[in-house]
Structures are given as structure tokens and as C-alpha cells.
Design a binder for this molecule. Structure first.
Ligand code: ATP
Ligand code: LTN
Length: 337
């Protein structure tokens, strides 16, 4: 048989196990991970970025639970270990090693411009640690270790992907071509799902307000309640427009989940109030998430399967990562042991 695997593009992405996976993570990133896997035209590599998670203080028992829950949730979304490589970042030590090296090829000024650093340091003013600052170097290491061509992420990660591209290009021109320069893949719809309580802010796993964010594992009742309470405006007309962040967000969610265009949604709800619309969005989301929650319940009860899957993923990933790390170290001038 003709060997086509070598020509396939490499897709790489990761998500932090920093809490229960949200509707934002799903629509912005995970849904596309599965689409790319199913297209069969890419080699997909996905990671639970647990090393990234400790940039914010974690409670150990909770962190262990979050990692397993996130691993099972992502499988429940459709990532399939027979088709994709899916592992836990800390199991592949090459990530931390390349991250250190890339720290030395990234400028302080570049990192100072990262908006996520500014946001997170404002939010965690008591713990502005060096890891939070150099986080984009670890993310660049994740991507570059696997020579990724495409990185499916939500819009908030655009700046980090740009940095990974800059660092890769810099290294390649200082030495010789070593890294593939990756492209971000940001979906047209769903790239920025906003908080249901403050639609000027993105929906985030680590939001303290539980009503701000819909989790993949929320029960139907809870989902409906959160949508009913979603902050909107006083106009009471379902139409996309400036200054209508809450409604724009709900329309965006409804559009990705149902496949309807904004115009179709406006027509569907012409003459109806926000109450009807919120219930419709809630119900559509409930149906989208129902199979995921059911699959998750089965997977989380099967620890042996989860363990076997992430071990297998790490074993393959480690071989790929070491190949890149060897090349990098040789070019820099490290001596082989
Ligand atoms: P945290 O709150 O801990 O910062 P997070 O919810 O922002 O976490 P990440 O693990 O940082 O999530 O992101 C995982 C993926 O989900 C990334 O590709 C990111 O771009 C995407 N993503 C995160 N939040 C949203 C959102 N609100 N809308 C669309 N995509 C999102
Ligand atoms: N920083 C990302 C998660 C992440 C990532 C990556 C995404 C870590 N490593 C590599 C894409 C590629 C975030 O979503 N906050």
C-alpha cells in the first residue's frame, strides 16, 4: 500500500485541566479537534496541559481529580485514542526541557506584551510567578516538539501562537531549519464564547461565578437555569447588533450548535421575547451536550481504560518529542552523553 501517512499535516493542540471543561472550550477548540481527527487527512496530537495549570495555585487532590475528569471529558467529546495521540503533558518530560531552552530564545519584552499574562496577573495579584510570565514558551515547546502545522484553538490563544511562530522562525534562522512554523486554526463561529453573567468577558473554566459558565457536565436543569439567568439588555428583540453583547453571545452559541445563520435566528424569533429565546438556546445546548455527559459517566468509571489510554499516548509522544529535542540540542552545541 502507498505510504501516505508521512504527507499528512500534523495537528497539535492542548487544553488545561484547570477545572471542568466549558461550553467555550468545546465550541472554541474541542469540537474542531474532533472534526480534524475525523477528516482523516491529519495526524492529530492532543495534550492535557497540566504543567501549564500550576501557573495558578492548585489543591493537589482536586488537581488529580481535574486531570482524570478532563481526560475522560475530552474522550467523551469524541477524541479517539485509536485515531489520535492523546496524552498528559507532564508524562512527556521533553515539554519542560524544550520550554527551558525556548525561554532563552524569547525576549522579556515579547512576553510582557501577552494579554493573557496581564489578565491573569491582575486576577492573581498575590501569585505573579515566573511560570505565569513564561507560560507562552512552554506552549511554544508543546507545539514545536511535534513539528505541528496546524493548531486549533479559540481566539484568545492567537497571540500565543504568534509568539510560537516568532520563536520557531528565530531559531530556524539562527541555526538552520529545525522547527515547522505552525499556523493557528481559529473557527469562524464559536471562537470566543462569552460569560453568561458578563458578556464582555470570555467564558472561563476558572470563573468564580458558577452562573457565568456552562460546564460540559452540567445537568440539563442546571444548563437551562444558567441560560434563563443570562445577562442581556433591555431592547427585548432577538437581533445581532452593537452594544448587545449578551444577545450576540447567545445568538453565536445557538448558531454554532444548530448550524443556523444569524438571519435565520432573527427570523425564527421575530416577535418573540428574550425569555423564549433563552429557553431555546438552553435546550439546544442540552441536546448537544447530552451524549457527551452520558459517555463521560461511562469513561470516568473505567479508570483502567483511562490509564491504558494516556500511557499509550505518552509513549508515542515521547518518541516524537525526543527526536526534535535531540536535533535542537545538537544545533545549540550541547554534548551528547
Ligand atoms: P482558564 O480559565 O484556566 O484560563 P480556559 O477556560 O480559558 O482556562 P484553556 O484551557 O486556557 O481554557 O483553553 C483551552 C482551549 O479552549 C483553548 O484553545 C482556548 O482558546 C479555548 N477557549 C477557552 N475559552 C474559550 C471561550 N470562552 N470561547 C472559545 N474558546 C475558548
Ligand atoms: N495555553 C493554552 C493551552 C495550551 C495550548 C498548548 C494550546 C497549552 N499548550 C499548545 C495549543 C497548543 C490555553 O488554552 N490557555
Amino acid at each position: 500500500m502507498e505510504n501516505t501517512t508521512e504527507k499528512k499535516k500534523i495537528v497539535y493542540s492542548a487544553i488545561q485541566p484547570s477545572g471542568t471543561i466549558t461550553l467555550g472550550n468545546y465550541l472554541g477548540a474541542l469540537k474542531n479537534w474532533v472534526v480534524m481527527q475525523e477528516e482523516g487527512t491529519h495526524n492529530c496530537i492532543y495534550t492535557l496541559a497540566d504543567l501549564h495549570t500550576i501557573t495558578v495555585r492548585q489543591e493537589p487532590a482536586k488537581m488529580r481529580k481535574n486531570v482524570l475528569d478532563a481526560y475522560a471529558s475530552i474522550l467523551a467529546c469524541g477524541v479517539d485514542v485509536e485515531k489520535s495521540i492523546f496524552f498528559i503533558q507532564s508524562h512527556v518530560h521533553q515539554h519542560a526541557e524544550l520550554a527551558w531552552i525556548l525561554n532563552c530564545y524569547t525576549q522579556f519584552g515579547e512576553l510582557s506584551r501577552m494579554t493573557q499574562f496581564k489578565d491573569k496577573s491582575a486576577k492573581h495579584a498575590d501569585n505573579i510567578n515566573a511560570g505565569l510570565f513564561t507560560y507562552p514558551c512552554l506552549m511554544a515547546a508543546d507545539i514545536l516538539l511535534y513539528q505541528a502545522d496546524l493548531v486549533p484553538v479559540g481566539a484568545d490563544q492567537k497571540q500565543h501562537i504568534e509568539l510560537a511562530r516568532d520563536v520557531a522562525g528565530r531559531f530556524n534562522s539562527l541555526y538552520s531549519p529545525t522547527f515547522t512554523v505552525p499556523e493557528g486554526f481559529i473557527p469562524k463561529n464559536g471562537a470566543r464564547v462569552m460569560s453568561l453573567q458578563d458578556p464582555t468577558k470570555k467564558m472561563s473554566k476558572s470563573d468564580e461565578n458558577v452562573n457565568a459558565c456552562v460546564s460540559l457536565l452540567d445537568s440539563p436543569d442546571v444548563i437551562l437555569k444558567k441560560f434563563k439567568r443570562a445577562v442581556t439588555d433591555s431592547e427585548a428583540r432577538v437581533a445581532y447588533g452593537e452594544g448587545k453583547d449578551g444577545i450576540n453571545n447567545l445568538m453565536g452559541i445557538y448558531s454554532v450548535v444548530t448550524g443556523k445563520s444569524m438571519q435565520e435566528i432573527e427570523d425564527e424569533f421575530a416577535g418573540k421575547g428574550y425569555g423564549d429565546f433563552k429557553v431555546a438556546v438552553g435546550e439546544a445546548v442540552i441536546e448537544e451536550l447530552r451524549p457527551i455527559r452520558e459517555k463521560y459517566e461511562k469513561l470516568i468509571a473505567d479508570k483502567a481504560y483511562l490509564e491504558e489510554s494516556y500511557r499509550k499516548g505518552a509513549e508515542i509522544a515521547e518518541r516524537m518529542a525526543q527526536r526534535t529535542l535531540d536535533k535542537v540540542m545538537k544545533k545549540i552545541g550541547f554534548i551528547h552523553k
